[in-house]
Ligand binder design. Structure first.
Ligand code: AMP
Length: 483
């Protein structure tokens, strides 16, 4: 059985009884007030209880588990050089390398005035430096599941003394086919432990995972399950498919967006759009699984420094990107998986800031739009957008409008929310990239073959479509046979 916490009001970090070294680090981060998830979760985690937290990235959930974990481990902090004095005591599992890296950076900054050690391991990079860190001993280990199992196999990671486990973005881990890896890892952990599960949504599968591995968890929800952040203004613009690039340029220019993530459904589409935006004078770069880990990190850093205006990303590559106060995200394509919409727009309106989620919607995406509205339980306003920005297409550098003309006319005006076309359903012809159905691919340099590319029994192909996990009302994922 679980119960649900109530939201405390006017909380301050001082009231949790956190150690001065932690409070100092919090102050250095510039945090003055706990976010709702922090106000609710910190006391519960400090009290030793399991937690099932419904919170998206952007709500401050990382600190909500990291701060009390550091506090609970502080009595064991020591400066001994002996690795035996620094066993892994807290394990934080995340679905992607980027999220692992970001959580690790947060943990490091919150624990910097303590003697606790932390490190991060993820696939796609050389294992040796990670092994060296692990051999030195760390109390807090942040990891993606596949690479962690590689370290366990190589005996560089021992999980026998883990007393705190965090499953971060658990819904995404299941979606990426990590359940078998998670089960293997969970079986290596002491049964006497505290487990914290965070998920943007509570699907039946997540509830099942929680009932199997959590003990009497307290449910903490800062937003209704499957809801979208209220401080995000969501606007859907109907445009013809061929006008979408022009629409992106126009939205960036009209709204003077200096930092925007543009989501595409395929890595090919992301690369193409980044090139087209560049040609139209928008400083853009694409991040997706074909780019090396280093390239993606560099792109992300440049974006954070404000050197890149538009980061064009696929869902998997963008997962968990920690970019504070991003003013807007643009959905170039509506995602095939409605839950991705919730994750995408979670990149904006973070930690109390307001943001805009702008979605381009072409007539053949009505099914996706309906799925999203069903998931978030409210209709989305569809607005008119007249696309004026000339777009030079790759095949026609002179700026011809051939592509849009091919699609039935010149500039297309959008229809109002109640005037959506109701003629026969159009199925999307564009093939879905199998990239979406599998986790990151390891780089050839990786010693680990398995990292984030689950072995045969774990193939996403064999798992249920996410729609089914959400109650069967979503769109079937037609490419589940690929990969
Ligand atoms: P998260 O949801 O953990 O990814 O956090 C989202 C962003 O909010 C990160 O950039 C954090 O540094 C920031 N953040 C976390 N807690 C607070 C807080 N109490 N006050 C202000 N910013 C915060």
């Amino acid at each position: 059985m679980s119960d649900t916490a109530t939201t405390p009001t006017n909380a301050t970090f001082d009231q949790f009884g956190l150690h001065g070294d932690i409070l100092k680090a919090i102050a250095e981060q510039g945090y003055t007030t706990p976010t709702p998830i922090q106000a609710q979760a910190i006391p519960v985690v400090l009290g030793g209880r399991d937690v099932m937290g419904a919170a998206q990235t952007g709500t401050g959930k990382t600190a909500s588990f990291s701060l009390p974990i550091i506090q609970r481990l502080l009595p064991l902090a020591n400066t001994s050089a002996s690795p035996a004095r620094h066993p892994v005591r807290a394990l934080i599992l995340t679905p992607t390398r980027e999220l692992a890296d970001q959580v690790a950076a947060n943990v490091q900054s919150y624990a910097k005035h303590t003697a606790l050690r932390s490190t991060v391991v993820f696939g796609g990079v050389d294992m040796n430096p990670q092994s060296a860190e692990l051999r030195r001993g760390v109390e807090i280990l942040i990891a993606t599941p596949g690479r962690l199992l590689d370290h366990v196999q190589q005996k560089t990671a021992n999980l026998g003394q883990v007393q705190l486990l965090v499953l971060d973005e658990a819904d995404r881990m299941l979606d990426m086919g990590f359940l078998p890896d998670l089960q293997r890892i969970l079986n290596l952990l002491p049964s006497e432990r505290q487990t914290l599960l965070f998920s943007a949504t509570f699907s039946p599968e997540i509830k099942k995972l929680a009932s199997t591995y959590l003990r009497n968890p307290q449910t903490i929800e800062v937003a209704r399950s499957n809801s979208t952040a209220t401080n995000v203004t969501q606007i859907v613009y109907e445009v013809a498919e061929g006008d979408k690039t022009g629409a992106v340029v126009q939205l960036i220019r009209e709204r003077s967006l200096k930092q925007v993530i543009v989501f595409c459904n395929s890595k090919i589409g992301a690369s193409r759009l980044a090139r087209q935006l560049e040609r139209d004078g928008v400083v853009a770069t694409a991040i997706h699984g074909d780019r090396s880990q280093n390239e993606r990190m560099q792109a992300l850093d440049a974006f954070k420094r404000g050197e890149i205006e538009a980061l064009v990303a696929t869902d998997v590559a963008a997962r968990g990107l920690d970019i504070a106060e991003l003013p807007a995200v643009i959905n170039f394509d509506l995602p095939f998986n409605a839950e991705d919409y919730v994750h995408r727009i979670g990149r904006t309106g973070r930690a109390g800031a307001s943001g805009d989620a702008l979605s381009l919607f072409s007539p053949n995406e009505r099914k996706q739009l309906a799925d999203i509205e069903k998931l978030i339980k409210r209709p989305l306003e569809v607005q008119r957008l007249t696309v004026d920005t000339p777009v030079r297409h790759h095949h026609d550098e002179r700026g011809s409008r051939r592509e849009r003309d091919d699609r039935g006319g010149s500039r297309r005006r959008t229809t109002g929310a109640h005037e959506r076309p109701s003629h026969g359903s159009h199925h999307r012809q564009q093939p879905i990239d199998d990239f979406f159905l599998k986790p990151y691919e390891p780089s050839p340099s990786s010693a680990a073959k398995r990292e984030e590319a689950p072995a045969a029994p774990q193939k996403p192909a064999s798992k249920q479509p996410l729609a089914a996990l959400l109650g069967g009302f979503g769109m079937p994922r037609k490419t589940t046979t690929s990969n």
